[in-house]
Write a protein that binds this ligand. Structure first.
Ligand code: FAD
Length: 467
């Protein structure tokens, strides 16, 4: 394997396991004209290219990716292809009414299945398994808050999708140390993220679009007064009447978009494949995705080859929304995540940690994901998924297709369409507020572990950030 192949494989367990070569596809060969130029070859860019090419095979579509397709969060994530959409129902209802919030959730349920359908239809071998999601309570405070969450889902009409399971029923899914019960939903699948991204890039190319890798975009200008937009790369200039920006956590590097999204690093670790006797003790036979009731989120999955992959927040936010390979490695956070595997799943306590990695997620100022299209300028954008982009990006791709092709479809009435968050505050306010919020969540978790009772710090924090 070449140096580049090694470099890309080192970015996550999932990229490491992609069969075949990760040698980059050819870069942009020089100046070119296309109908749609897409900046970024993660799920957002690829799903948009996929659905556009499927809808109109005559379109000339170019995906311009700085590294390789799936290099970013799409090749590194926690494997949850889930019902979750970053804005709360209350936020969406305030913005567009209760019915719109409910419609959005139903569309997200369908979107999980749509990812599975396309993966099957395109022969994308990403291990899509819809085993649901278990959010376990291990202290009374978590049981209280997860039961409350079940009631909240019920009050929005989703009671049949989200159920509180008492301890014995929860243990039938996954046995955790000190388990007291769990909130369970069927509306989640586990995927191999990098195989999904790489397989999708192949499907995009089979449909006639071109994915240019190792092609960093330096600047772009959407069109004006009937003139096409321009995307500049070191390899040549692309002229296109439609430009889509799909760079999520890396958007801070796009001129004019520095404060649109705040990049937060989410970090993960994975164990070696665990022996059958360990799995017999833990259960986890349906590949449910897993979380628990703590405020500083953790998320986990059982991989197809029998590892536990577990991630969490807690890495610091870096001044000026800086992005750097070094921030993907925080030894203290990795150690804490490794310890957590043993604490939550004691039979796995001696397992070796074989992979440690991370990547940036994109957080909008109001924690409300958006998909927008400016027809006059021919400029499309989708992002701000926080940590919920695996399924939502698919809906973004279909929505951008309909906006760009001027179709009149029901999904264009969903409350995130044309939603624009305000920009983040300049530094040093961003840095101070975000790191304080992370510390407050960790402190709320400590307090709940010590007292067993719900902490009010989290509520206060949610009020402070306006959710
Ligand atoms: C550790 C981690 C765990 C996560 N877990 C989950 C999960 O379990 N479930 C879930 O739903 N979501 C999860 N997410 C979030 C999810 O992965 C993302 O929301 C989703 O992948 C976003 O896709 P994207 O295409 O918008 O962005 P990305 O996948 O980040 O793609 C953006 C691409 O743009 C490229 N790029 C950037 N700048 C340029 C440029 N100038 N020129 C050309 N190309 C450029 C990058 O190289 C990158 O490939 C997680 C994210 C991380 C990091």
């Amino acid at each position: 394997m070449s140096r580049l192949d090694d470099y890309y494989r080192s970015r996550s367990l999932w990229l490491d396991g992609v069969p075949g070569s990760l040698e980059p596809r050819p870069a942009l060969p020089g100046d070119t004209d296309v109908d749609v130029a897409i900046v970024g070859g993660g799920y957002t860019g690829l799903w948009t290219a996929y659905y556009l090419a499927a809808a109109d095979p005559s379109l000339r579509i170019a995906v311009l990716e700085r590294e390789i397709a799936g290099f970013g969060a799409s090749g590194r994530n926690g494997a949850w292809c889930s019902w979750a959409f970053a804005a709360t129902y209350e936020q969406m209802a305030r913005h567009a009414g209760r019915e719109a919030a409910v419609a959005m959730q139903h569309e997200m349920f369908d979107t999980v299945d749509e990812v599975g359908r396309v993966a099957a239809a395109e022969g994308i071998d990403c291990g899509f398994t819809k085993g649901g999601c278990l959010m376990a309570a291990t202290i009374p405070a978590h049981a209280a808050s997860l039961k409350k969450e079940a009631e909240w889902y019920s009050s929005w009409g989703f009671g049949e999708h989200f159920r509180w399971l008492e301890k014995d029923a929860a243990d039938e899914h996954i046995r955790v140390a000190g388990g007291l019960g769990a909130l369970y939903t069927t509306e989640c699948a586990a995927v191999d993220p990098a195989r999904l991204a790489r397989g999708l890039a192949d499907a995009v190319e089979r449909r006639g679009a071109v994915v240019y890798e190792r092609t960093p975009v330096q600047s772009f200008e959407p069109g004006a007064a009937g003139a096409p937009g321009v995307v500049r790369t070191a390899r040549g200039t692309v002229r296109a009447p439609v430009i889509v920006l799909a760079t999520e956590g890396y958007t801070v590097g796009a001129p004019g978009h520095r404060r649109d999204l705040l990049p937060m690093y989410s970090l993960m670790v994975a164990t070696e494949p665990l022996p059958d006797d360990v799995w017999a003790e833990i259960g986890w036979s349906s590949r449910e995705t897993f979380s628990d009731g703590r405020h500083l989120l953790i998320y986990a999955s059982r991989t197809p080859d029998g590892r536990i992959a577990l991630g969490g927040r807690g890495a610091p936010y870096h001044f000026g929304s800086a992005i750097d390979d070094r921030f993907e490695h925080e030894p203290e956070v990795f150690d804490a995540l490794g310890r957590l595997i043993g604490e939550v799943f004691p039979p796995a306590r001696d397992a070796r940690i074989t992979h440690r990695w991370g990547g940036p997620i994109g957080i909008p100022r109001d924690w409300y994901t958006g998909v927008t299209f400016d027809r006059a300028a021919g400029f499309g954008w989708a992002g701000g998924y926080v940590g919920d982009g695996v399924a939502t990006t698919n809906l973004a791709g279909r929505t951008l297709r309909d906006l760009i092709l001027q179709r009149e479809t029901d999904i264009l009435r969903l409350p995130w369409v044309q939603h624009r968050s305000r920009r983040w505050e300049p530094e040093p306010f961003r840095w101070a507020a975000v790191n304080l919020a992370t510390r407050m969540m960790a402190a709320a978790d400590d307090e709940e572990r010590r007292t067993g009772a719900p902490s009010h710090k989290h509520e206060l924090l949610m009020r402070l950030i306006g959710r």
